[in-house]
Design a protein around this ligand. Sequence first.
Ligand code: PGA
Length: 251
Amino acid sequence: MRRPLVAGNWKMHGTRASVAELIKGLRQLVLPAGVEVAVMPPCLFINQVVQGLDGKSIAVGAQNCAVEAAQGALTGEVAASQLADVGCSLVLVGHSERRQVLGEGDEVVSRKFAAARSCGLVPVLCVGETLAEREAGKTLEVVGRQLGSVVEALGVGAFSQAVVAYEPVWAIGTGLTAGPAQAQEVHAAIRAQLAAESAEIARGVRILYGGSVKAASAADLFGMPDIDGGLVGGASLNADEFGAICRAAGS
Ligand code: PGA
């Protein structure tokens, strides 16, 4: 059985004061047993969040890591080894905002994925199509290419300690959510692509859905057979809403 995972991606939001408030709200949540919960604050608040959530079963992750695993001369970047050192256990790679705004390509994404794994962090590989790609009927082709490039570079074995997040770009921060059946189709294709290399790894890998997940839409999405939880942006900045989404993954 795959253990559901709900991860909150705070993106570039927060101040010390608002993060302190959010930590307070998260500490008060009653979280379902059997669901893994994580939050991913901006890098500079990771310490504050790790300390603030001490003793609460919420993991802390990062939103990005450098292509090099070890610390060194790479101005402005943060190494996966440094993230592990401050208490992170997972890290997003290939989020569409980084692919689109910063031009991160598949090769860079694979290097970050490898760097994360080499430091014991679980990479959460984000894949997803734009609206134009969906309308052109290219969804499975685009997602297949993004996933395939990591499989090709690192081998399917790299997914034994990894998570995939399907996030249609048109659903991110827009209030539009893929319908459960629409998302399930892509999730099943992702699992089938991995199964073609290793049935065992495909069975074990968790595939999250992301894109305007709210408490109201979460239960139907998480009820689909290949949707193993969510990657939550906007709604994760509200502790109560986030808690409700986590509970939906437990039911
Ligand atoms: P959203 O973001 O929930 O605000 O749409 C999801 C994400 O980008 O991870």
